[in-house]
Design a protein. Structure first.
Length: 87
């Protein structure tokens, strides 16, 4: 499931630039226009993002609180997108 970076980044407590860097490094699946990576066209795959957040937590790069917040918002976004696709 794809979601715009500018929508998910503030909810999970990660700067959009950090997500873009992770996409550029190949850590997360996503995409963005070459000329403007912060555009509203930039997107990230939610499953890939969830796996990345779990990896960050396992390697003690984020606190448990930040990890739980991110996972909660990722799951809520996935549920919201699923309902939109069904209805």
């Amino acid at each position: 499931m794809e979601v715009a970076i500018y929508l998910i980044a503030p909810k999970i407590g990660m700067p959009a630039k950090e997500l873009i860097k992770a996409i550029d490094n190949g850590d997360i699946m996503g995409g963005f226009p070459v000329d403007d990576p912060l555009s509203k066209m930039a997107w990230v795959d939610l499953l890939s993002l969830r796996n990345y957040v779990e990896w960050l937590y396992e390697h003690k790069r984020v606190t448990e609180q930040k990890y739980l917040k991110a996972i909660r918002h990722i799951e809520m976004t996935k549920d919201k997108l699923s309902m939109q696709q069904e209805g």
